[in-house]
Design a protein around this ligand. Structure first.
Ligand code: SAJ
Length: 422
């Protein structure tokens, strides 16, 4: 095997598990991150993120000496870049968000000084089409003494590929090993080197294409899911108007052998599905009509939920004329961006809860079994059973496994996840 040392740049939800996987195969791995807290935590054999089973793997890898972390890049035979690719803030509402490649640029410039002939550089971050070529350009500009595939083709000193990660948060350890991998080398040799690297732990098939198609494949997967969730979210709004139970409707429709509708919710969160479609829309705004509309449908869902709560509050006050709005307690069940994880970033549930706390002068309480501490002056974290007793209006936002609702027929509730049995 031609890789004695592997370096992973960016030790977040993808980079750290990937680094740990290589290290678990007894390869020396140097993890690099700009966050000194993450680096210190990993070097103690601990983890700074929540992902099932990852703690054990990292602990073993660090203790056995195969994984170490640092803030400055060191020489290695292969570099995997797994940094965030957010989008730039938009100037006004309705603007199409543009991708922000600053972390890829910074990572490229950071590894450039330690690159040597024969190295492999893989971009794993989900990226707009053309980002791998851009990364190759940044590397070439920083290292005029080395040749790169865009100029030297198969004879290049440094090999470059895009191999997008496709793992599902909460199942990362299993999916890293089992999922098929798209390998988009800038040349055929780049691809075969990348396959050799991933085959150290990937049991799924490594399927070869070019870098641009690999970039688009990842964006396509997440855009496809976004469009399908938008369909479910639109159905939920239609059904609400027509007084039809959308959960029953979907389960009936899904009995058709060729129909598989996804589940509605309070909106689409996370760092991928709500972001990646914009990478297609920003590149091809005139062509990406459906993908753009799906984004708008999903982004509008939290506001629809908030309006449902406002209506419920006024219904409650009408039914209880002795009460004022300050007497109304609203319980939000779930703050994470999806079920059974602790990740609150880009969470529609959290943004709904925060917005309600701004709008509502009564109490807002929240239940989030995956989070121990939550700093907010206006939202109080409480236990599930206490929320059931305390609240006048129950807003179900996430389908965490802990949320087993009793008979709710005599209370006011808004169920965005279909958890309440009728
Ligand atoms: N959601 C729904 N209804 C559904 C499914 C999901 O409302 O039926 C919501 C979730 O609650 C969440 C959001 O969509 O807010 C995204 O959740 P998710 O489970 O669909 O996806 P992520 O963001 O956790 O991970 C996705 C995965 N992509 C696909 O399934 C196509 C994962 O495989 C990718 O690796 C990941 O994005 C990524 O990093 O790009």
């Amino acid at each position: 095997m031609s890789f004695e040392t592997i370096s992973v740049i960016g030790l977040g939800y993808i980079g750290l598990p990937t680094a740990a996987m290589f290290a678990s195969r007894k390869i020396k791995v140097i993890g690099v991150d700009v966050n000194p807290h993450a680096v210190d935590t990993i070097n103690k054999g601990e983890i700074h993120i929540v992902e099932p089973d990852l703690d054990m793997i990292v602990h073993a890898a660090v203790t056995e000496g195969y994984l170490s972390a640092t803030t400055s890049p060191q020489p290695a035979d292969a570099f995997l870049i797994a940094v965030p690719t957010p989008f730039l803030p938009t100037e006004k509402e309705g603007d199409i968000p543009q991708p922000d490649l600053k972390y890829i640029e910074a990572a490229s410039k950071a590894i450039a000084p330690v690159l040597k002939k024969g190295d492999l550089v893989i971009l794993e971050s989900t990226s707009p089409v053309g980002a791998t070529e851009q990364m190759a350009q940044w590397l070439a500009e920083a290292r005029t003494d080395l040749s790169f595939p865009q100029n030297a083709g198969e004879a290049s000193d440094v090999r470059i590929a895009h191999c997008p990660e496709r793992v599902l948060p909460g199942h990362v350890v299993r999916e890293l090993v089992e999922n098929d991998r798209v390998i988009g080398g800038m040349t055929a040799l780049c691809s075969s080197k990348a396959i050799e690297l991933y085959k150290t732990f990937v049991q799924g098939e490594c399927v070869v294409t070019n870098a641009r198609t690999a970039e688009m494949a990842k964006l396509t997967e997440n855009s496809c899911r976004d469009v399908q969730i938008a369909f479910a979210n639109e159905l939920s709004i239609i059904c609400d108007k027509l007084d039809i139970d959308v959960w029953e409707l979907i389960s009936l429709a899904n009995r058709h052998p060729r129909i598989n509708i996804l589940q509605p919710g309070p909106g689409v969160g996370g760092h991928c599905i709500a972001v990646d479609p914009w990478f297609i829309v920003s590149k091809t705004p005139d062509e990406a009509q459906l993908i753009h509309t799906a984004r708008k449908v999903n982004d509008a869902k939290p506001e629809w939920v908030i309006n449902k709560v406002k209506l419920a509050i006024s219904d409650f006050l009408q039914a209880n004329p002795d009460k004022t709005v300050k007497d109304v307690t609203v319980a939000c069940y779930g703050l994470a961006f999806k079920a059974n994880i602790d990740d609150l970033r880009e969470s529609p549930a959290l943004s709904i809860c925060i917005e309600l706390a701004k709008l509502h002068s009564g109490n807002i309480i929240a239940v989030e079994p995956n989070v121990e501490k939550f700093d907010s002056e206006t939202i109080r974290l409480v236990e599930f059973k206490d929320a059931l007793n305390m609240a006048n209006i129950h807003l179900i936002l996430v389908d965490h496994k802990e949320f087993q609702f009793p008979d709710m027929s005599s209370v006011m509730y808004i169920d965005t996840k279909g958890l309440v049995k009728k």
